[in-house]
Design a protein around this ligand. Sequence first.
Ligand SMILES: [Cu+2]
Length: 257
Amino acid sequence: MFDFLDRFMPGILEWLLPRASTYAIEIDVLFDVITILVGFWFFLVLGYFFYLIFRYRHREGQRAEYISGETHKQKQAIEIPHYLILICDVAILVPTFMVWYNIKIDIPPPDEEVRVVSQQWAWTFYHAGADGVLGTDDDIVSINELHLKNNTQYTYHLESLDVMHSFSIPVFRLKQDAIPGRVISGHFKPILTGEWDIQCAEMCGVAHGIMGARVFIETEEEHAAWIAANTPKLSEGEMLAAKDENLPEVKEDQNNG
Ligand SMILES: [Cu+2]
């Protein structure tokens, strides 16, 4: 449905920013539908308003008339636009529920998972590593750099260590609050290679404005090369120590940045 509707839409957001996830088109179409419907009524009402001001401007010797709004015709002037606007509300609500379900409720089975940890004022990303499984010894941890494989279905698990943050990737049309004490899962599937912005979208302290990061969407070969270059090299002793709580710090040092 969204692909079909998109053909008739102006593509306002796409004009500003490319679409890099499968559901970006749904957000864009919804944005266009709202902009068109609200814009239509905005200009219609304002135009009519200024027309009436001009048409019934003050003239010498002409007295104002008191209208009680009780006749059938006068009531219709309120009721007809009222029902038309209700129809427009439904035309916005239906795609809104569909988009909400597709993005927030229905999480497809993932090819890969990624853990996203926010804190004042940085992002830490835990990538699955060569074995493709999150939470194992070959996880790759990076600060302010998220590396994704193109055309791969991801589930992310979002956490916060301190205050509320918001995980925003504009090219994905993704924005999700991070709440301390909770792990919030969601999904995305990148469809466009390149390097794009990640930004915290929730006022989280004095350095909120510079709490940015980058997402790198890579081809399968590029992503494999990045994994090979960044997989932590652990000796057997370190592998045993991996059970130890201190290891994430070691891994972060090796892969920082
Ligand atoms: Cu912030």
